[in-house]
Design a binder for this molecule. Structure first.
Ligand SMILES: [Zn+2]
Length: 58
């Protein structure tokens, strides 16, 4: 079972590279039980969208 440190690490890795299937499954499982990491993931998703807008997509 992965801990919060590993989960947040994986979530930030996910910004740089595609996660492996196993990592994704472990992360999803952790997120089901951990509200703190779900919040963190939402923040990261927001940051990521903001970064995309900045880099001038479209
Ligand atoms: Zn957690």
């Amino acid at each position: 079972m992965m801990n919060c440190k590993q989960a947040t690490h994986l979530m930030s890795e996910d910004l740089d590279r595609p996660l492996r299937w196993r990592e994704r499954m472990a992360l999803r499982f952790h997120l089901m039980m951990c509200g703190g990491c779900r919040n963190f993931r939402q923040q990261i998703a927001f940051l990521r969208a903001a970064m995309r807008m900045r880099s001038g997509g479209n």
